[in-house]
Structures are given as C-alpha cells and as structure tokens.
Design a protein around this ligand. Structure first.
Ligand code: RIB
Ligand code: CA
Length: 330
C-alpha cells in the first residue's frame, strides 16, 4: 500500500467511531449497584447492555431481581432483559447486608414496584448462551456482587472462559483490607469459592477493590451537584446515597458514601480515570479468620503469576463529573 493510501486508510479509521462494548452486568442492588447500572444505561456510545443478571448478595435474590428492574424502569430502559440467578453461594449460606442497604436493598427514595417482567431463562443459562452465541472476545462480564452466577456458569460450561473478552469486577481489597470482616470485602466474602474459580479462570480480569472505591466518596458537595441537575434520576440517586452513606460515615467517619460499583462502569467509559498494577491475586477459602481475603501481591514478593489488573488509585472528581453528567441525561 503506498503512503497516500496508507494515510487515507489511517485517517478513515481515526474518524470511524469505536463501537460500544457489549456487556452483561451481574448485580445485587444495592444503591451503589443502582448507580453503576444507571451509568451504563446512560452511556450507549460506550456500553451496550446485553442483559442484567441478578444474584443474591446485599439482599436475597427476590429483592435483587426486583431492584434491578426498579432501576431499569427508573432509567426508562424497560427493554433491557433482566434475569434471576443464584439464590445462594456455591457452598455456603448466604450472608446479606441489610445493615448497609436497608431491608429492601434500595432504601432511600420511594420508587414504584417494577412492571417489566423477569426473563424466564435462568441468569447462568443466559450468561452461557450469550457467550457461546456471540463472537469470541466480544462480550465483557461486569460483576458487581458475589461471583456466584459467574463461577457457576464457568463450572457448568468451562468452554466459555475462552469466549469472555474481559471481566471487570468490583470486589476485594488490599490496603483497605475488609469491610464485612477485618480481612475481607463483602462481594468476595459472601462466596469465596466462586471468587477462587473466577480468579483462577485465566480470563483477563480488572479489579475495582475498596482501595479505589473508598476514594470515590459522595461528599455533600457531590450530592448537591446531583440534586442541582434537577432530574428525576439524579434526585433518586441522591436519596439513595443519603441512606446508603450512614454505614460508612458511622464506621469510618468518612465524608460520604463510597460509590463502589459505578467504578466498574466508569472504567468501561473512561479507563484513564484509574491506575493500578497487574499482579497476582488469590482468594482465601480455608481460614475462618481471613475467609474471603484477596491476597494481592502488590509488592511482587512471590513468584505467583499475575492474573489481575488490581486498581489502586482513581481521579475521584473526574469520576463524579462523569457520573453526574451521564445520569443527568436519563
Ligand atoms: O463491598 C462493597 C460491595 O458489596 C458493593 O458491590 C456493594 O454493592 C456490595 O455488593
Ligand atoms: Ca454490589
């Protein structure tokens, strides 16, 4: 190809828009899950949500599958298929977090019960069928809760591991250590066996641990910015945060709630908001003392092979500017 044709080819490609990423969101709403789902649904240029799968976590499955649809209807996106998944961890009893999210899991705003139906297909079957039916490497999985649905799909259909483009998940902690026990973050703690399967799957993984999510605090100024948009969605989000922040402000004395889960969708939209290291991360599944701990080799002191991009820092104001601008679109 001569230089003129090469340059025209290059300039043509530069002008061609990058297509949105096809993703499946796996979630346990949860006010911060709601923020992540709303951010994804407000960003069709970057994200195409193929479906949302609910998992037991913050509250039991009947509530997480109901809350997922409440959030889709709040966003006015009733055409997004929602699937109910696993009602309990792979081998353990379910641990929930009503003390953080309230008894509904979405305490704060008064929102109507959903009208949109749940899909008949089980979430795990949807994950397997979607990955098998679409071109390899074109679908990203975005878990925001315990990894039960994802790990169950990998165990039932090991072939799908080669189909996944990337897993971008919220979970774990290193410098921040635990939020549900002294050693473990909630999503990993609830189903450590599931997390162990995912982190040993060989799939490209990007992790949003408490180390970054505890840096994206919804301060009073940021709540005001949400309310100042004077939109229904941002007002509901501010009401959710007003409730959700109590746990962290009481426990940590922090100046607002950490918005854990929207770090995942913000990364899909603007990855340069985050920095981290590609390191080895393994999951404690044996010790009662440190069950669910993400043993992150941040300092490279072992010869264990790196298996995850573990995020350590974030441009918090850039994150909130993005979140507020996008949610105001809905
Ligand atoms: O530890 C925080 C995580 O646990 C968040 O995903 C929150 O929604 C809960 O699922
Ligand atoms: Ca969650």
């Amino acid at each position: 190809m001569d230089i003129r044709r090469a340059l025209s080819h290059f300039s043509e490609n530069r002008s061609r828009p990058i297509p949105p990423r096809d993703i499946i969101i796996d979630t346990d709403p949860g006010q911060d899950d709601a923020a992540a789902i709303l951010l994804a649904l407000a960003s069709p240029e970057e994200i195409n949500v193929l479906g949302i799968t609910a998992v037991a976590g913050n509250v039991p499955l009947p509530l997480t599958s109901k809350n997922t649809r409440i959030v889709c209807e709040l966003a006015g996106k009733v055409d997004v298929p929602v699937y109910a998944g696993c009602a309990s961890p792979m081998t353990r009893d379910l641990v929930t977090a009503e003390h953080v999210h309230g008894k509904t899991g979405l305490d704060g705003p008064v929102l109507p019960d959903p009208i949109m139906p749940l899909q008949d297909t089980h979430a795990v079957d949807f994950i397997i069928e979607t990955l098998r039916s679409r071109p390899t490497g074109t679908v990203a999985l975005c878990p925001l809760g315990p990894l039960t649905n994802i790990a169950t799909a990998l165990k039932r259909a090991p072939d799908i591991a080669g189909h996944v483009q990337e897993i971008v998940l919220m979970g774990g902690a290193y410098f921040e250590v635990g939020n549900i026990t002294p050693a473990a973050e909630f999503n990993i703690y609830v189903d450590p066996e599931a997390a162990d399967i995912v982190f040993k799957s060989g799939i490209k993984i990007t992790v949003m641990p408490l180390d970054v999510t505890h840096k994206v605090l919804v301060t009073p100024t940021r709540i005001k910015a949400l309310r100042d948009t004077q939109t229904k969605v941002c007002s509901a989000m501010a009401d959710m945060v007003d409730f959700f922040e109590r746990f962290d402000t009481d426990k940590y004395g922090s100046n607002g709630a950490p918005l854990h889960d929207p770090c995942v969708t913000a990364y899909l939209i603007q990855p340069d908001l985050f920095t981290g290291r590609h390191i080895n991360v393994e999951i404690e599944t044996q010790s009662d003392l440190t069950l669910g701990m993400t043993v992150a080799d941040w300092w490279g002191v072992t010869d264990r092979a790196p298996n995850a991009m573990f995020m350590g820092d974030v441009d918090a104001q850039g994150f909130f500017d993005l979140l507020t601008e996008r949610l105001a679109r809905l």
